[in-house]
Design a protein around this ligand. Structure first.
Ligand code: HAM
Length: 436
């Protein structure tokens, strides 16, 4: 049992340990591979930025900026924040490095930790990880929205996430004949039902009325369902754009559900918004969120620039994959193991020299090898190999070395085979091919 140590990870943060890290690596590797096939390049950005960047991009009235950011004054008295998300940073980098002069659009992806001081629970942490992608510049052709979503669904499929549901909406653009007009009407209607709403929603009537639609509070649901819907207030261009996005999704064979209440918690969105939920996550079931943000680069001081992207919550993706692996049992392709393939049970001076050489050759060939540092009794060595979950024990005593025939024991079946040294490697390579 673990002893209680003097220091513990800060609330809402955690260590991700082996063997779980193997799954994280696989999830990340698959993202590198899939995103590259869609022409995206990886960008790595600082984890802290000027506070003002997030205040401007995400919005000063949003929960993320007003309540959840880790902000501090640097020694030169500038205000700095740990990034709560990365879209703002990507736009900052796009401008800072003059990416407008590259062929447009510029397609970038990132992965790494984000920080929000939320109430921790399953699937919600204060340091969490996102895998995100952004398309900046070029046109706002609906095919781009659909291709971003196609990439995402392809990725989920490749990584083994089953049962993901795609929800989409359009929240129009910030004009009187579109979203602004709708928000005014929404405010009027919300004022009429104010007394039936909880304190959070009451506050949001003035600060961020669209976010009331996001409320999960049971008692508010019958009232919210009767509120006016944005689809009835979109301008002609936004309506046409939304219809074309849906057509483009259908062309790609992507199933979606429309959700008129999907407004998202960040201010920069316009037109297309989307979210994906996954099974096994309880109440924090959004595994990905994204949308179009055509005005954001301009808001940060750049020229008018189209933009769309998403971020996957990697912690939640992993949780959902682990839940699936649990249901499927130890044979699940998602089950993570961190065991050596081969344990070298050596006995004797000469055998040790051969064991060191064998370990080196086998590792060079890509096998995971455990070489005990001290001589062990035969029975103890095999017991240890078993405990570590090794598939084979390579038995190397002075006799084996003198004979030039090494014994390989398959631990599960107890079967033993003798091989001359070079053939052993060949045999293991064959086995690897068969099992992969
Ligand atoms: P977001 O919806 O705030 O969007 O976050 C995206 C995803 O990150 C969520 O769906 C969720 O899976 C995960 N996530 C958020 N907060 C937490 C948390 N406290 N603990 C664990 N997971 C969390 C954005 O961040 C936008 N930047 C997405 C985007 C990119 N839009 C356009 N481009």
């Amino acid at each position: 049992m673990a002893t209680k140590s003097k220091f513990q990870a800060i609330k809402g943060t955690r260590d991700i340990q082996p063997p779980e890290t193997a799954l994280w690596n696989r999830v990340e590797q698959t993202a590198h591979e899939v995103f590259a096939t869609f022409g995206y390049g990886e960008i790595r950005m600082p984890v802290f930025e000027p506070t003002e960047l997030f205040a401007r991009a995400v919005g000063g009235e949003t929960d993320i900026v007003s309540k959840e950011m880790y902000s501090f004054e640097d020694r030169d008295e500038t205000s700095i924040s740990l990034r709560p998300e990365a879209t703002a940073s990507v736009c900052r980098a796009y401008l800072e490095h003059g990416m407008q002069s590259l062929p447009q659009p510029v397609k970038l992806y990132y992965m790494g930790p984000m920080f929000r001081r939320e109430r921790p629970q399953k699937g919600r942490y204060r340091q969490f990880y996102q895998i995100g992608a952004e398309v900046l510049g070029g046109t706002d052709a609906p095919a781009i929205d659909a291709e971003v979503i196609e990439m995402l669904m392809t990725y989920f499929d490749k990584v083994g996430l089953h049962g993901a549901t795609l929800y989409i909406n359009s929240i129009g653009h910030n004009a009187e004949n579109c979203r602004r007009g709708y928000v005014e009407q929404l405010k009027t209607e919300l004022a009429k039902i104010k007394d039936n709403l909880g304190p959070d929603s009451q506050r949001r009537i003035d600060t961020n009325p669209l976010r009331v639609l996001d409320s999960k509070l049971e008692s508010e649901q019958p009232y919210i369902e009767k509120l006016p819907r944005i689809a009835d207030h979109l301008c002609d261009e936004c309506k046409a754009h939304y219809a074309a996005v849906k057509r483009q999704l259908e062309l790609r064979g992507l199933l979606y559900q429309e959700n008129w209440r999907l407004v998202r918690g960040l201010d920069y969105y316009m037109r297309t918004t989307f979210e994906i939920t996954a099974p096994g996550l309880g109440s924090q079931n959004a595994v990905c969120g994204g949308g179009r943000y055509d005005g954001l680069v301009e808001l940060l001081g750049g020229p008018p620039t189209k933009g769309i992207g998403f971020a996957i919550g990697e912690d939640r993706l992993i949780l959902s994959l682990q839940e699936r692996a649990k249901l499927e049992g130890p044979d699940s392709p998602l089950a993570t193991r961190h065991s050596p393939l081969l344990y070298i049970a050596w006995m004797g001076e000469r055998a040790y020299a051969a064991a060191i050489r064998a370990a080196k050759d086998l590792r060079n060939a890509g096998f995971s090898v455990e070489l005990p540092p001290l001589e062990q009794k035969f029975g103890k060595a095999l017991g240890q190999a078993d405990k570590l979950g090794a598939k084979y024990a390579l038995i190397l005593g002075d006799n084996e070395v003198a004979e030039g025939l090494w014994t390989l024991k398959t631990l599960l079946t107890g079967e033993q085979q003798k091989f001359p040294e070079p053939e052993l490697l060949e045999f293991l390579c064959q086995q690897k091919k068969v099992s992969s």
